[in-house]
Design a protein around this ligand. Structure first.
Ligand SMILES: C[S@@+](CC[C@H](N)C(=O)[O-])C[C@H]1O[C@@H](n2cnc3c(N)ncnc32)[C@H](O)[C@@H]1O
Length: 246
């Protein structure tokens, strides 16, 4: 097991080797990887079919393929100080059984698996490419025994989690309020959930896949405010820590 400062340094130095993992996993060279990363954000936005998409989750299961890997890796590399702050935050709260919902390229799940306070991490992601890529990364980093990969929360077959990580995911769901109701059911009163959200499609529609419907967002905030109490933390980021209320 590694200590918290070492884990943060490894992330800040090389994002847990994400570039070499991508090159090996996708069988591409460094030059192609740089192109893949440079155009990732625009390529992902261009893939979105707009209103023609009837089921929001189809975007992640049927359309994005491996292009979400590039978008997320580019973001974690270019915004590494912000991502490092979210890692610092989870280091304050993560313990025992951890659920990482919508875990993407695995930065948070892998860091949690490296922590001695964490017994096991359940990485849930609807995108099969993401699950397979993070499973590959876990083996490369030697933490595979502490991770289980699932498509849905139900597949994890755990009745209560001590920690729930759900970062930059809620705005990708058709009904974020229902998702936090599911989280409520699988938390104990001393469990902690880390949530953030960005219900905004961007100034130039850079995030066409984000939900911004006023009623959906209002129901989300009503559900959040009636079921969860914020737990203060001093890190200056938008991610909030919550415990459930009776
Ligand atoms: C913007 S990424 C965030 C990834 C990661 N949490 C991070 O902070 O880098 C959103 C992730 O949510 C996943 N996702 C979208 N809808 C989902 C759903 N219904 N169930 C599970 N994962 C989902 C996507 O496949 C993607 O990996």
């Amino acid at each position: 097991m590694k200590d918290n400062n070492f884990i943060l340094k490894e992330f800040l130095d090389n994002a847990f080797n994400v570039k070499s993992h991508l090159m090996e996993y996708l069988a591409i060279n460094e030059c192609d990887l740089e192109g893949f990363l440079a155009n990732a954000k625009m390529n992902l936005a261009n893939l979105h079919p707009g209103d023609a998409l009837s089921d929001v989750s189809d975007f992640y299961t049927e359309i994005v393929g491996d292009r979400h890997l590039a978008d997320l890796a580019a973001w974690h590399i270019t915004s590494k100080d912000y991502i490092a702050d979210t890692l610092k935050l989870q280091q304050r709260f993560s313990r025992d059984l951890v659920l990482d919902f919508g875990g993407g390229i695995g930065t948070h799940a892998l860091a949690n698996a490296m922590s001695s306070k964490v017994e096991h991490v359940f990485f849930v992601d609807i995108n099969e490419t993401n699950r397979n890529f993070v499973e590959y990364r876990a083996k490369e980093l030697g933490v595979e025994k502490k991770l289980t990969f699932c498509r849905t929360v139900k597949d994890a077959q755990i009745s209560k989690f001590d920690t729930i990580i759900c970062l930059d995911v809620l705005e990708h769901l058709a009904d974020p309020a229902s998702q936090i109701e599911v989280f409520y059911e699988i938390m104990d009163y001393d469990s902690i959930a880390l949530f953030n959200w960005y219900f905004y499609k961007g100034e130039k529609n850079e995030y066409p896949f984000h939900i911004d419907d006023e009623h959906v967002v209002e129901r989300f905030f009503k559900t959040l405010q009636s079921n969860f109490l914020e737990v203060f933390h001093p890190i200056l980021i938008t991610t909030r820590a919550y415990k459930k209320i009776k």
